[in-house]
Write a protein that binds this ligand. Structure first.
Ligand code: DGP
Length: 118
């Protein structure tokens, strides 16, 4: 699947649409999910144009993958869920109901979580 540079997260990255920003560095931007499924529900996206985890893991550089993983950890710490615990989730493709075709990881926590968030 080709990357669509008009997807909503690409627009957020370009500053064309506002977001509730939590963190930003050279590799990643993190902001709160518009439709939270838990007390803490934050999205972390890479700065590069990757459709999904599959695309990211296949084509991103080691530096981007490493930087992104560090950013996810930093965001969890900033959101105050490291001690209490959190869930990471990334949807890839149709069966996972991926809505936005720019790779993102959901960080969910802040309370005891039920089954997997959708
Ligand atoms: P997924 O199904 O994994 O592609 O989840 C996409 C998530 O993105 C979903 O939980 C809602 C969130 N989302 C969609 N549009 C926006 C937006 O414009 N702003 C923010 N902050 N979140 C959005």
């Amino acid at each position: 699947m080709a990357y669509d540079s008009n997807n909503i997260f690409a627009k957020i990255l370009r500053g064309e649409i506002p977001c509730d920003k939590v963190y930003e560095d050279d590799f990643a931007l993190a902001f709160r999910d518009i439709n939270p499924q838990a007390k803490v529900h934050t999205l972390v996206i890479p700065k590069g144009a990757y459709v999904s985890f599959d695309d990211f893991a296949t084509t991103a550089s080691d530096a981007e993958i490493g930087g992104f993983a560090r950013a996810v950890q930093a965001v969890a710490a900033l959101e105050g869920v490291t001690e209490s615990g959190y869930r990471l989730l990334a949807n890839h493709g149709k069966h996972a109901h991926q809505e936005v075709p720019h790779f993102h990881i959901h960080i969910a926590g802040g309370e005891s979580l039920p089954g997997l968030i959708a």
